[in-house]
Ligand binder design. Sequence first.
Ligand code: 2BA
Length: 108
Amino acid sequence: MKLIIAIVNNEDSAVVAAALTKDNFTVTKLSTTGGFLMVGNTTFLIGTEDDRVDRAKEIIARHCSERIHKASTTESFGRGFSDGALGSQVKVGGAAVFVLDVEEAEKY
Ligand code: 2BA
């Protein structure tokens, strides 16, 4: 079994969750914040069998777009924009995906 951790743009999260669920994946959605931009993103935890990992990655990739994030004057800045970098542009996404081995999975 594997645990997929997928960090996606908030704007893509609803459609990604719906597509994964429709394909019979079980998904946990967490509200998270990127440490560089310090803006909200969404992290999905997806526990699945090894032979379904590629399918999950395919669904995530299909529904996540790359975006250009332009720093605004009203953001709270993390280290990324702490050096007077207002107006800087950063390429974000589509999705950052990590696949981990699961030693044990139980439901009680
Ligand atoms: P953030 O940390 O807010 O990063 C947003 C974007 O800023 C990143 O897009 C990347 O283009 C840039 N960036 C991040 N750290 C940087 C740095 N130290 N120097 C220069 N540019 C930097 P993505 O790579 O698409 O990442 C989008 C979000 O996914 C990240 O938000 C973070 O929440 C997560 N993420 C990406 N890679 C990760 C990793 N290796 N470990 C943990 N989280 C990761």
